[in-house]
Design a protein around this ligand. Structure first.
Ligand code: SF4
Length: 412
């Protein structure tokens, strides 16, 4: 992979390097014809455009309704996706060193610490606007607000009340969130001077959501088994492409065997594998956990984070549907709600156990851990929480976490 500095500049040589790198990623997509490879290619192509001079760069939170950006022909810059991409590139050392030099508490989520270091050192494009949502965590709202102040650009936040522990968010709450999204959509048009086409964005988003929703329903019904470690990347990258034609086509590729051929579970020579539910984010660059699982005859059958965008939006009245995706998101709400939903999920999947990845610095994930753990114990479903950092490779905690995982898998 070329250096990100070569990819991100605005010179002729940067354009050539960019074109060559894109061509390479495109070749991989054409060669494998899998949804995952195409998503990587299209997400990269869209993101590289953000580095060009004069681009509108909306920094947004992970769950932001990106259809209101694609409606205006805009690509989101999502700090979590940017950080995971950079730390997987040959700029890893540079961005890690830059993050270490910052006067920032070491217990800030590394997705945010890395994104901040990257933008301050020209490795990610500076924001034109910062747009947040209160789900999932306060940390990214602080990051977005701080960036907006530093770069003198607008900061807006869609405020979403917590859903009830049981049942759906009340219609009045959905209507209030819907109105905030509608107003923000208008503001984006005013700030950029672009004409929106939300209907088109919603129809394209629906095509992707229908494909993803059908696939998730098949997995939940036990008619289709996929490798949850690998499907994680689909929604993670897909966040950049909801509402685009490329995104719709890429998600639809998942409906063919060829299109999902790189998502199949590992082979276990006729042995029945242990099927695990994975909770929270994944270690993006550290494969040791998954290699150990495979060695011990286990794999991730389903990932908590994959549960999104499974409902369709009414193109004639998109606001309540876009709002509902936030108000009732499975990871939003109290710890009790998260625990209840995950127990139901584990039972539906007949999972042999669940693993919670304790991403360093994540108050949201770690804060709900005691309640989630107690619920799994009460339900009699084996549960393990392992410490780590989603962006790390190895590191001081890895050996202990691997030992814990090995003992857990032996017990299963
Ligand atoms: S890992 Fe936690 S703190 Fe970090 S972005 Fe995700 S929810 Fe926020």
């Amino acid at each position: 992979m070329p250096g990100m500095a070569e990819l991100t500049g605005d010179s002729l040589s940067a354009s050539l390097v960019r074109a060559a790198f894109l061509a390479q990623t495109r070749w991989k997509a054409l060669h494998t014809r899998t949804a995952r490879a195409y998503l990587q290619y299209h997400a990269l192509a869209a993101s590289l455009e953000l580095f060009k001079a004069g681009s509108v760069v909306p920094w947004v939170s992970y769950l932001f309704p990106t259809e209101i950006l694609t409606s205006h022909g805009l690509t989101p810059m999502i700090p979590e996706v940017g950080s995971a991409t950079l730390t997987g590139s040959d700029l890893r050392e540079a961005v890690e060193n830059a993050a270490a030099r910052m006067s920032l508490a070491r217990d800030v989520c590394s997705y945010h610490r890395t994104a901040l270091a990257a933008v301050e050192n020209g490795m990610l494009p500076a924001p034109t606007m910062c747009l947040g949502t209160t789900p999932l965590c306060l940390g990214k709202e602080c990051l977005l607000e701080m960036l907006a102040t530093r770069y003198g650009v607008p900061f807006r936040e869609i405020r979403v009340p917590l859903p009830p522990d049981e049942g759906e968010a009340p219609p009045a709450v959905v209507a209030e969130v819907a109105e905030q999204i509608r107003e923000l959509h208008e503001d984006i048009g005013r700030w950029t001077g672009r004409r929106p086409d939300l209907r088109r964005a919603v129809l394209l988003s629906n095509r992707a959501a229908k494909a993803w929703g059908d696939l998730m329903a098949e997995r939940l019904a036990g008619r289709l088994e996929l490798n949850g470690r690998k499907t994680f990347a689909i929604v993670f990258l897909g966040q950049l492409l909801w509402g685009t034609e490329a995104g719709a086509k890429d998600f639809e590729r998942l409906l063919t065997e060829r299109g999902r051929s790189d998502l199949v579970p590992p082979a276990f020579d006729g042995r029945r594998p242990k099927r695990l539910l994975w909770l929270h984010t994944v270690p993006h660059h550290d494969h040791a956990f998954f290699e150990l699982m495979e060695k011990q005859g286990a794999y991730v059958v389903f990932e908590e984070m994959g549960q999104m965008h499974q409902e369709l939006i009414d193109p004639d009245d998109p606001w309540p549907g876009l709002a509902r995706r936030l108000t009732d998101h499975t990871l939003w709400g109290t710890s009790a709600r998260r625990a209840r939903l995950n127990i139901a999920l584990a039972k539906k999947l007949r999972a042999d156990g669940a693993i919670h990845f304790n991403h360093w610095g994540c108050r949201h994930g770690l804060g709900s851990l005691p309640v989630v753990r107690a619920a799994f114990i009460e339900a009699g479903i084996p549960f393990l929480a392992i410490d780590g950092d989603a962006l790390a490779r190895g590191g001081p905690n890895q050996e202990k976490a691997l030992q814990q995982l090995e003992s857990f898998l032996e017990l299963l």
